[in-house]
Design a protein around this ligand. Structure first.
Ligand code: GDP
Length: 485
């Protein structure tokens, strides 16, 4: 049975939360920015670089409050929310500035951090009133969790039917085989037992996670916590899997009935609180997309990424079809789509990367705009791991990127050792993004490797390391600039 999408208690809780925000807001206005994206899209690096640039007063020419000298300073504020872990900024920075530098651990659960910005308003009247202050709450959470929104209106039988139909598709045959084999030995009407539930949940989770591997890069089917469990790893709330419908109405003690109860519990104990306590309180959102990883894996992965992004972005749509719409007492008014790791391409290819990003989010963006949110797309690199060069090949000049591939990265027959710097021609992105969604023959040959983070960073006048970036300043401006006028 499908449970009600919202409850009066939910609405009350959000209203009270927002009232509390508004009450503190009379002292210092607060802007809550959500940072999301599927696993390894670049959330951790984006947030770490953003905070570091603001705290150290880095050069940000595309961010007017900084470029015009109006930003007086930024500092980390006391953690505002006892129930949400703090974003581990210091640990992440330590990894990036270590000897040798390393990429920090990626986002695995929700976390949050508050920065307080002091600035001089650009408006005459406000600037006469003295220095202004803005709290910036940055909320980092796995995009996988947004996949769960449609579950709120789906019964266990409906979700099972969809999940099993997908698992039986030929494209997923290899990953889904073990799960489907396990399922074929089980009668849903049999007596419920914990071991069977666990076996099924484990092989279902394994199937979902292997689909996400680099080679396949098939994204993302709910339940989101099966892909990114956060603090629920191993919890009974995640011990369920889809089952085919039993021939007759299932008994209370049957396996089917047990898994159905678990599914309903997942919705009420895990999904709804996330949307109510975190998502519904965001003002703005950046959605990070690792389009290059999908391009590397081929057209199927690209089409799949589009599907996943459309379901992720459905959450930003307001209206009758969105089961949490009623919960929005505040509304997300800006959404930034960012294609990350643009440093894996020469800058001459960035317009094409932005065109691909636009194509990937086209459906979703149209809907979000319809709901009154302003959207923008940018190709960014929060931390550049490469610089640019050119090589001559048969009289032709090729634009390359130069950096050190991670140990074990492979290009054809060559396996890199994590120490050798190379110049790489990643290939040309197509002029027409549509070709990337078609057959393998129509896609160009592209090479995107994982590079080590930059070493020997330059140091600012204040002695802080300076991370090179691409358009991070413009991303910041879209998210915050208008609030610091
Ligand atoms: P998350 O799962 O979204 O938190 O992803 P991370 O921020 O941890 O990023 C995943 C990986 O992508 C990192 O370990 C890096 O290898 C790579 N990465 C992230 N941002 C950049 C970037 O700006 N440039 C490059 N070259 N690689 C990046």
């Amino acid at each position: 049975m499908s449970s009600l999408p919202t409850t009066i208690a939910d609405e009350l809780s959000i209203t009270l939360g927002n009232l509390a925000d508004a009450a503190t807001g009379t002292v210092t206005p607060t802007l809550r920015i959500g940072v999301t994206g599927l696993s390894r899209a670049g959330k951790t690096i984006f947030i770490t670089a953003l905070i570091h640039n603001l705290l150290t007063g880095a050069r940000l020419p595309g961010f007017p409050p900084m470029a015009e000298g109006r930003l007086i300073g930024a500092r980390l504020a006391e953690h505002p929310d006892n129930a949400t872990p703090r974003f581990a900024y210091e640990n992440h920075l330590a990894a990036l500035t270590g000897h040798p530098p390393a990429w920090p651990e990626s986002t695995r659960r929700i976390s949050q951090l508050r920065l307080t910005l002091r600035y001089q308003s650009a408006r005459w009247l406000r600037s006469q009133l003295g220095i202004s202050t803005l709290n910036l709450d940055i909320v980092d959470y796995p995009g996988e969790w947004l996949l769960d929104l449609p579950l709120l209106t789906k019964s266990y039988a409906e979700w099972s039917a969809e999940a099993l139909a997908l698992a039986r598709r030929p494209a997923r045959a290899a990953e889904a085989k073990d799960f489907l084999d396990a399922l074929s030995h089980i009668d849903p009407a049999r007596e419920a037992d914990e071991v069977t539930a666990e076996t099924l949940a484990t092989s279902f989770t394994h199937y979902l996670r292997t689909s996400r591997g680099d080679a396949r890069a098939l994204s993302t089917l709910p339940p989101g916590r099966f892909l990114m469990p956060g603090d629920l790893e191993g919890s009974p709330a995640l011990t369920f899997a889809p089952l085919p419908p039993p021939a007759a109405t299932p008994r209370h003690a049957s396996l089917y009935a047990m898994l159905e109860r678990r599914y309903e519990a997942y919705k009420s104990v895990v999904v709804r609180p996330f949307f109510r306590d975190h998502f519904a309180r965001l003002d703005r959102q950046i959605v990070l997309v690792d389009a290059l990883r999908a391009l590397n894996a081929g057209p199927e992965a690209v089409a799949d990424l589009e599907t996943a992004l459309t379901s992720v972005l459905a959450c930003f749509r307001q209206g009758a079809s969105n089961p949490i719409s009623r919960l929005f007492t505040r509304r997300i008014d800006r959404i930034l789509f960012a294609a990350t790791k643009a440093d894996l391409l020469h800058h001459t290819s960035h317009p094409r990367l932005e065109a691909i990003l636009n194509r990937l989010v086209a459906n979703a963006a149209r809907r979000a705009k319809f709901a009154g949110a302003e959207t923008r797309s940018l190709a960014i690199a929060a931390i550049r791991a490469t610089h640019e060069g050119t090589v001559k090949d048969n009289g032709e000049t090729l634009h390359t990127i130069i950096g050190t591939p991670e140990n074990g990265q492979r290009l054809g027959e060559v396996v890199y050792d994590g120490e050798t710097e190379i110049a790489l021609f990643p290939g040309d992105l197509p002029e027409n993004p549509d070709s990337l969604f078609k057959t393998a023959d129509s896609t160009p040959h592209l090479n995107f490797l994982r590079f080590l983070p930059p070493a020997n960073l330059p140091v600012s006048e204040t002695g802080d390391p300076v991370f090179p970036y691409i358009r991070l300043d413009r991303a910041l401006d879209f998210l915050v600039g208008d609030k610091m006028q």
